[in-house]
Ligand binder design. Structure first.
Ligand code: F6R
Length: 615
């Protein structure tokens, strides 16, 4: 949510900052702006709308040449996405420029105080208070970093702030509290950003910045302090992917590229975790076997697509380990006084590792004494850093706002955790684990197979692109797949879509079905628990009898569904629990094609941002 870049070094700041913003635009695209420090003054430009609007304005009115600057791409919280609410925000004298991600909760009081002192505000944002406060600290004799520390002490809420001052031509200062910030360490240049993709073309060496720390970069130094000004140690890490991983690579959309990358992403998440004889070893599983044996309950917390991965995890974990497993939307978790304690294992699933709802839920769980295992795709992000253990999904950078490869790899990570618990606690025999591991190892090629047969799904999406509503139903692990299919369609094609547990239809939603309504049915394998398969075949008949147009996702060789399917999408046979990995792919392709047929921006759907860093 909001992309932030700061730069100081030997290059033209504006090009480095714009390049960073292009890579961060997925975080917010309501408006964008830049500021540079040139010849003892600030030059700034900002525009409502996508980054392209700002780039066009900069072509028409270039800013002065400068080697220090910052830039922002916004997901609006306070005030509509207009030119004047776009960041950076400047103080009255135009000497300080500040950009912000997050929400300053006490801004109304601070604004009233500043207005009482005669400060005239020019925007509706919470951020502008910071520009005026920094200016007044600097006017009182503080350096920019001291000023930032003093201001942060007075702020409540969540924020990443980055500021430059006209009198400090080679200095950028930033602070964070509950909002992402990383430093990129270059040779004679340094970077600040919401995530590493902003500077990956220049350096792969990054530093983590902790909450309530202030960082000051010059071309040759990085100094990190706490809010009292005491220098603190920092942890560095090497980013293991390069700029090409964050490019479209010839695809029309990042989403298409990321869907196509799924076989590799699934294989990477398994890599190195399966030892000889199928024995699992999970790197960074910092919880001891004894701690895992003590676990009496598992609670999965996550949001959106990651929550759907958690719903699948419940079936696998309970089946393999017999430990009760609850799955909860992270945003609801801490507000209902949940029963968690020392013997609870909380699994926090997050692609970005920065989702505020999930972060707050995990902090609450730890306060209650629970142990937290993060399943995360982003190295060095806050959620894994604050967890007791972590299992990284190696999906590579996911740029499209709609999650695809991250979801499939989250599923794999959940299976690995379930099997690992079964291994440590002895609820699964070695050969049983080995058999599932073999099935997991077959998944990359099965996903590949699905991808090769997607043309009819694309054609069907185009044909149905004028539909007003699409329903998705499934049973068992097919239910979360149905929810995920509906979410993808809502967020990309702006279409009414809902997912249901198939048997629930009869308890109300079946009233939605009228002639021609497309209903996607995720059919479990007939080779699994046959009762499940038989039941869903009855459900298909019920909806078809009421006029629905049925689109059936069924495994190869499942002939029983043919008489009731208007369209069949075949997926390779998999054990029931693993079927979501193959069954979700056609739904991703369907939503992507539907959005493109309806003329919408697949990678940047309206009102959304990739990483939701506010509650
Ligand atoms: C939907 C989607 C979102 C995210 C959710 C959680 O396609 O991407 O629903 O899954 O915002 O994000 P992370 O996984 O970063 O915590």
């Amino acid at each position: 949510m909001c992309g932030i870049v700061g730069y100081t070094g030997g290059q033209q700041a504006i090009s480095v900052v714009l390049e960073g913003l292009r890579r961060l635009e997925y975080r917010g695209y309501d408006s964008a702006g830049v500021a540079v420090v040139a010849d003892g003054a600030l030059a700034s430009l900002k525009r409502a709308g996508k980054l392209a609007n700002l780039e066009k304005a900069l072509d028409e009115t270039p800013l002065a040449s400068a080697t220090t600057g910052l830039g922002h791409t916004r997901w609006a919280t306070h005030g509509p996405p207009t030119n004047r609410n776009a960041h950076p925000h400047l103080d009255q004298a135009g000497r300080v420029a500040v950009i912000h991600n997050g929400i300053i909760e006490n801004f109304a009081r601070l604004r009233a105080e500043l207005e009482a002192d005669g400060v005239a505000f020019v925007s509706d944002t919470d951020t502008e208070v910071v520009a005026h406060m920094l200016a007044s600290e600097v006017a009182a004799g503080s350096g920019l970093a001291d000023a930032m520390r003093a201001v942060c002490r007075r702020l409540a809420g969540a924020f990443t702030l980055v500021a430059v001052h006209a009198d400090a031509p080679d200095r950028v200062v930033a602070a964070r509290r509950n909002s992402p910030l990383v430093v990129g360490v270059g040779d004679g240049e340094n970077f600040l950003a919401s995530d590493v993709s902003a500077f990956i073309a220049h350096t792969r060496e990054a530093l983590e910045i902790d909450d309530d720390h202030v960082v000051e970069i010059t071309p040759d130094t990085v100094v990190v302090t706490d809010t009292d000004g005491a220098q603190v140690p920092v942890r560095g890490y090497h980013v293991d992917w390069d700029a090409s991983a964050a490019e479209k690579d010839g695809y029309d959309y990042f989403m298409l590229k990321e869907i196509a990358e799924q076989p590799k992403a699934v294989a990477n998440t398994l890599l190195g975790r399966i030892g000889t004889g199928g024995k699992l070893s999970l790197d960074q599983m910092r919880l001891s076997d004894e701690e895992l044996r003590e676990v009496e309950k598992v609670v999965v917390i996550a949001c959106g697509t990651a929550y759907h991965a958690g719903l699948v995890a419940k079936y696998a974990i309970e089946h393999w380990t017999r430990i009760p497993c609850e799955v909860e939307l992270a945003s609801e978790f801490r507000y209902r006084d949940p029963v968690v304690g020392r013997r609870t294992l909380v699994i926090a699933i997050s692609q970005s590792g920065e989702t505020m709802d999930t972060l707050m839920a995990l902090r609450y769980a730890r306060q209650q004494g629970a142990r937290v295992l993060a399943i995360c795709n982003t190295n060095g992000s806050t959620i894994p850093r604050e967890s007791d253990a972590v299992l990284y999904t190696y999906a590579g950078p996911e740029v499209a706002v709609a999650s695809t490869k991250a979801f499939l790899t989250q599923l794999i990570a959940c299976y690995l955790v379930g099997l690992y618990l079964g291994q440590v606690r002895g609820t699964k025999w070695g050969d049983e684990i080995q058999a599932v591991v073999r099935d997991l190892s077959d998944l990359p090629s099965k996903v590949d197979q699905v991808l090769e047969t997607m043309e009819p799904v694309r054609a069907l999406a185009r044909e149905l692109s004028t539909a007003t509503s699409v329903l998705f139903v499934g049973r068992h692990v097919g239910f979360p797949v149905a929810l995920e299919g509906a979410l993808k369609l809502k967020e990309l094609a702006y279409m009414h879509a809902e997912g249901f547990a198939a048997a629930e239809l009869k308890h109300g939603p079946i009233a939605l079905i009228e002639d021609g309504v497309p209903v996607v049915v995720v059919v479990p394998s007939p080779r699994g628990r046959s009762v499940l398969h038989d039941k869903i075949v009855s459900n298909i008949q019920e909806i078809r009898a009421r006029g629905a147009r049925t689109i059936v996702i069924a495994e190869e060789g499942d002939d029983a569904v043919e008489p009731y399917a208007d369209h069949i999408v075949r997926v390779p046979a998999c054990p029931t629990l693993l079927q979501p990995v193959v069954a979700t792919v056609p739904l991703q392709v369907f939503a992507c094609e539907m959005a493109s047929a309806r003329g919408f921006d697949v990678d940047q759907p309206r009102n959304l941002a990739k990483s939701v860093t506010v509650e």
